[in-house]
Design a binder for this molecule. Structure first.
Ligand code: SAH
Ligand code: SF4
Ligand code: F3S
Length: 464
């Protein structure tokens, strides 16, 4: 079946759902509760799933208790993420008992692992539909089958290397939006499950990305974040001459007052060209999220990261030189199998050298089927937790120094949300959060804030 035929078929299922769902749930607009775990890629997928639910006549609800359909879009990146899903699915048992027509569905990265799909099937008999990341575009058909067959349905599909365009979309935000530019990952870092559950890299056509960006700008979006597991691989295999820096440049050339940022960039192929585009475009956020994972060349090799500390520092130094008000953020893993005290000290050394704005820190979590999970791991969890504590203390002192240096300066900010009564959270172009006094009516607007105080890593400012 061609892509077009396949999507036409899904439209037919959507029409059928519009007829049968109200009958099954005895209400004109059945309610769907969708909860997303994990990264922005999953958030973006959920926005498409919600779009399909809406087209099928459903309304979204934030209250599980009111829902006719509950869907969890899951993340497999660390054990802790999976445990939360298991806990929350377990907690739905009573709800399902009191409301037998409730459909509980699970999708996303966890469901692409055979042993997990099996465990769900065995341990949670009240879960009615399970589907993986490769069949999201067939959600109307899966929902139809789950609702009409009266049987439990597991559909994991296979990675067909395709990108399905034209799916409806229900965006969560009205002024900040996610825009996937590519899916999957080919890097196979030895600790990571993502390539196993998301399949091979495939990019969206540049015109399609640009068209979506244009429509977001014209509907009032103030910040667009381009998404990919490694955006530097964008364009490979598309058969057209393009690259991520070019795409970023084209998006930033769209007429309008908006910011554009991106996630994530792999250090092995982050280019000077990319940094130049950030430096030279007023719309591109002066923010580089460049995960280093470890400051030890020995560990980086075991992780299959394809760069060393010297190469990492080369990009960092170039970015610091070129980009005004640059914020550098990163991911780091503590306690990779066999990481010695010396390796760990090298990680701390790198953190001291770079002085990151903020860090996302993770204790290594073995993932079944990945090469690192088979490596000997002589250190205890206590050793790792102690290292993590030390690392966090170091980063806190760096963050405190960096935020203190912002006091007295003025920044253009995007007002994002209400923190509490009378207080709003705003974000600078480089992504630093500032608390300001103001009314909720300002949410979604660009303002200027003067930073008045930095305390306990919270920046306070006043709107000008
Ligand atoms: N594609 C992104 C990362 C996606 S996963 C990149 O390569 O930069 C987000 C982060 O989770 C990773 O950067 C890594 O720091 C962390 N992570 C991934 N697998 C992990 C594991 N098994 N244990 C602990 N942290 C992990
Ligand atoms: Fe995982 Fe590495 Fe791919 Fe990032 S680049 S998703 S860490 S395999
Ligand atoms: Fe998790 Fe899947 Fe993202 S494993 S981090 S939701 S790609």
């Amino acid at each position: 079946m061609s892509e077009k035929e396949l999507l036409e078929k899904q439209k037919e299922y959507t029409e059928l759902l519009r007829d049968i769902l109200p009958l099954r749930y005895s209400t004109e607009h059945p309610k769907a509760f969708v909860h997303t775990y994990g990264c922005q890629q999953n958030v973006a997928d959920s926005e498409r799933i919600k779009g399909m639910l809406e087209q099928a006549g459903c309304e979204m609800t934030e209250e599980k208790e009111k829902a006719d359909i509950i869907l969890f879009n899951t993340c497999a990146v660390r054990e802790h993420a999976e445990d939360r899903v298991f806990g929350n699915v377990g907690a739905l048992k009573a709800l399902k008992r009191s409301k037998p027509s409730l459909l509980i569905a699970l999708c996303g990265c966890m469901m692409e692992q055979e042993h997990i799909a099996e465990k769900i099937y065995k341990s949670f008999p009240y879960v009615g539909l399970v589907f993986g990341t490769h069949v999201i575009h067939r959600f109307p058909e899966l929902l139809f089958n789950a609702v009409t067959s009266g049987r439990r349905l597991i559909e994991r599909g296979t990675d067909d290397g395709m990108v399905y365009e034209g799916l409806p979309i229900h965006r969560d935000g009205s002024f900040k939006g996610w825009l996937p530019v590519m899916y999957g990952c080919d890097n196979f870092c030895t600790y990571c499950i993502v390539p196993h559950v998301r399949g091979r890299e495939r990019s969206r056509q540049p015109e399609i990305v640009l068209e979506e960006a244009r429509s977001m700008v014209s509907s009032g979006y103030k910040e667009i974040t381009l998404l990919g597991q490694n955006v530097n691989s964008y364009g490979k295999g598309l058969g057209v001459k393009t690259s991520f820096p070019e795409l970023l440049k084209s998006v930033s050339a769209i007429e309008g007052d908006f910011w554009v940022s991106f996630m994530t960039s792999h250090p092995k192929d982050a280019s000077k060209e990319l940094i130049d585009v950030i430096a030279d475009s007023a719309k591109v956020s002066p923010h580089l999220h460049l995960p280093f994972q470890s400051g030890s060349d020995r560990i980086l090799k075991l992780m299959n990261r394809h760069y060393d500390v010297e190469r990492y520092m080369e990009i960092v130094d170039y970015a610091k030189k070129r980009i005004k008000d640059l914020a550098l953020t990163s991911d780091v893993i503590v306690g990779f199998p066999g990481e010695t005290e010396e390796d760990f000290q090298q990680t701390l050394e790198l953190i001291r050298r770079v002085e990151f704005t903020s860090l996302f820190t993770f204790i290594y979590s073995p993932r079944q089927g990945t090469p690192a999970a088979r490596l000997p791991d002589p250190y205890t969890h206590e050793d790792k937790a102690r290292r993590m504590g030390e690392l966090l203390k170091l980063q806190e002192s760096i963050s405190a120094k960096r935020t203190a240096a912002m006091v007295g300066r003025r920044y253009r900010v995007l007002v994002e949300e209400q923190a509490r009564e009378g207080v709003l959270n705003a974000r600078t172009h480089s992504g630093v959060v500032v608390e300001v006094q103001g009314e909720p009516g300002l949410i979604g607007s660009f303002m200027t804030a003067e930073i008045t105080e930095a305390r306990n890593f919270i920046l306070r400012g006043r709107l000008i």
